[in-house]
Write a protein that binds this ligand. Structure first.
Ligand SMILES: [Zn+2]
Ligand SMILES: [Zn+2]
Length: 337
């Protein structure tokens, strides 16, 4: 027992190593750019001031988005998806799998669930004892069910899901911007050092490596960012790209794809001014997502729309929830017409 607790503690400490590596590289790049390039290499004051101003904007946005991606906790299913004491007892006492399946079907009738497990049953997490909302998956690293789980990212030591997907995308975006700015402004001095137009010294070493590292990160991040842009445009998570979500009438990789603009708004929100600011603006509460084609009979929102209201109140995200319920209702009425 003590051994497994010790192992878990070590695992938790080791899991921070990638974050420490990225942070160290970022801090070194700050030193190399500000001191070695701007203060010790540049001769024009105007050039130095303009480079330093833009650099600091990029650096602050990079750090802000990285911080938000790391420290925004993944969100888990609300109480409505947990089994009540009676239901839990009924479920656990039952030994016949078919009856267990039916119990979950009965409980989930009032919940907005469209996806199913491979067996056709309602998706249920035995470890968290919770009915999984659409797009929710259990993360074995975080040991919890994560709403709209995308993947567990070791570089931020956090689960990327509904609560921080926007921050993760912005982190990729600002990292690329940071690398592009460094590489494009330092490249001429890189060449001067390379052909020895500038005197050798410690600044040479830092500037040469700065450009190398910036280009290396730029290339690898571009692939990842491009892939996630494509996922957002199709409204797919990384997990869904590998394995299509299973609906009552079969798997459909485009099940949540409701058109390019609406897909974008689901992640970035309705207010375009906040799209590039790392504040939470994603639509909804992560439990319900409009689906492309759901027949009226399958849609639990039609019969129980007023049942699907969150009770807990008072948070910023609550505003988003209200807005999203409206969107969900619009969605339903569109299909009715
Ligand atoms: Zn779980
Ligand atoms: Zn995780």
């Amino acid at each position: 027992m003590a051994l497994s607790r010790g192992l878990r503690c070590c695992q938790r400490i080791f899991s921070w190593i990638p974050v420490v590596i990225i942070s160290s590289v970022a801090l070194w790049s700050y030193y190399a750019y500000v001191f070695e390039l701007c203060f010790f290499t540049l001769s024009s004051t105007l050039e130095m001031v303009s480079y330093l101003t833009v650099f600091h904007v990029c650096f602050v946005m990079f750090c802000w988005t990285y911080w938000k991606a790391i420290f925004t906790p993944p969100s888990s299913p609300s109480k409505k998806f947990q089994l009540s004491y009676n239901d839990k007892e009924r479920y656990e006492m039952e030994e016949r799998p078919d009856v267990q399946k039916q119990i979950l079907v009965d409980i989930s009738k009032k919940l907005p669930i469209f996806t199913r497990a491979a067996s056709g049953a309602i998706r249920f997490c035995d470890r968290c004892q919770v009915i999984k909302p659409d797009r929710c998956h259990h993360c074995s690293v975080c040991e919890m069910c994560v709403l709209k789980m995308d993947h567990h990212c070791p570089w931020v030591n956090n689960c990327i899901g509904f609560s921080n997907y926007k921050f993760f995308l912005l982190f990729l975006c600002y990292s690329i911007l940071y690398c592009v700015f460094i590489a494009s402004t330092a490249f001429q001095y890189f060449l001067k050092y390379w052909v020895e137009d500038l005197p050798s010294g410690h600044a040479k070493f830092h500037v040469l490596f700065l450009v190398f590292v910036a280009l290396m990160f730029f290339v690898s991040l571009m692939f990842l960012f491009g892939y996630h842009c494509w996922l957002v445009s199709k409204n797919r998570s990384t997990l869904e790209a590998f394995s299509a979500p299973l609906f009552q009438n079969g798997p459909d990789k485009n099940g949540f794809n409701v058109g390019f603009h609406r897909n974008l708004r689901q992640v970035f929100g309705n207010d375009r001014r906040l799209w590039f600011v790392p504040v939470f603006t994603s639509l909804g509460d992560g439990h319900y997502f409009p689906v492309r084609s759901v027949s009226e009979s399958q849609n639990p929102l039609l019969g129980n729309e007023e049942n699907w209201e969150e009770d807990e109140g008072g948070t910023d995200e609550e505003e988003g929830t209200g807005e999203y319920n409206l969107t969900a209702s619009e969605e339903v009425s569109e299909r009715l017409i």
